[in-house]
Design a protein around this ligand. Sequence first.
Ligand SMILES: [Zn+2]
Length: 51
Amino acid sequence: MLHGSCLCRGIRYEINGELADALNCHCSMCRKAPGSAFAAGRGSAPPIFVC
Ligand SMILES: [Zn+2]
């Protein structure tokens, strides 16, 4: 199980199962959202958000 959170730990999540291969997307939306040349991502089963 993979655990994670935002930097202030206000939102925490858990992911069960294997992660898919990592990828960098260079489409216009993925360049605009972070303000960079690409956005990095990795597929997985839907996360479970923890209160
Ligand atoms: Zn994209």
